[in-house]
Ligand binder design. Structure first.
Ligand SMILES: N[C@@H](CCC(=O)N[C@@H](CS)C(=O)NCC(=O)O)C(=O)O
Length: 208
């Protein structure tokens, strides 16, 4: 399997963590987002949205959207499960994950911030990202406040941790607070786990 990504892309990092947790091997190829390589015609054939990540399977099938890719990995390699527990527990894990992946990250991705910058300038664009991320992280923290740790939901990493940790890197880039509720405790647990630690952006072959 070939994963198309970018070292600093948080959605790509999610998929790298899922691969590492599952112990599945893959090849990495890179699209430099600042150079606009995600919009080149050959890549748009793989991902018509012009976003990373994309996963190309052995038969050439291209999968897009990090959560769909992670669910695919969870289905072909169910151990360890990334969304587990009772139906209620699984719904809670998904809700916290979607707060980051559906409500926070899409509002602060490169494409959107460039639009805000064009309309309202650099300062507004950074403030937009900071506020969006702060709201998302506060909601995530509220959703996991009464869960037992050390991970977001119990003793094992889940999709919620996979979504949270890369978003914290974005938070720091834009000066958003990350010390909210249980988030520091969850981050400590995740960063002691090799699947999170070894897939960090700085360690990727395309890191600058
Ligand atoms: N919902 C998508 C989001 C993908 C996304 O926004 N990727 C960003 C990098 S984290 C990207 O490719 N940005 C390029 C751009 O905005 O032009 C997913 O989860 O895969």
């Amino acid at each position: 399997m070939i994963l198309y990504g970018y070292y600093r892309s948080s959605a790509s990092w999610r998929v790298r963590i899922a691969f590492a947790l599952k112990g599945l091997s893959y090849e990495q190829r890179f699209r430099h987002l600042r150079k606009g390589e995600q919009l080149e015609p050959d890549y748009l054939k793989i991902n018509p949205q012009g976003l990373v990540p994309s996963l190309v399977l052995a038969d050439g099938t291209a999968l897009t959207q990090s959560l769909a890719i992670i669910q695919y990995l969870d289905e072909i390699e169910p151990d360890p499960a990334l969304v587990s527990g009772s139906a209620v527990e699984r719904a809670k894990i998904r809700a916290a994950s979607y707060v980051v992946a559906c409500e926070t990250h899409p509002v602060q991705n490169l494409k959107i911030l460039e639009r805000v910058r064009t309309l309202a300038g650099e300062e507004t664009s950074v403030a937009w990202a900071r506020q969006t991320i702060s709201e998302g992280l506060s909601t995530f923290a509220a959703l996991v406040a009464n869960e037992t740790g050390p991970y977001a939901f119990g003793e094992h990493p889940s999709l919620a941790d996979i979504c949270l940790i890369p978003q914290l890197a974005n938070a720091r880039r834009f000066g958003a607070d990350t010390a909210i509720g249980r988030i520091p405790e969850i981050e400590r647990a995740c960063m002691q786990n090799a699947a999170f630690e070894r897939t960090r952006p700085e360690l990727q072959p395309d890191a600058e």
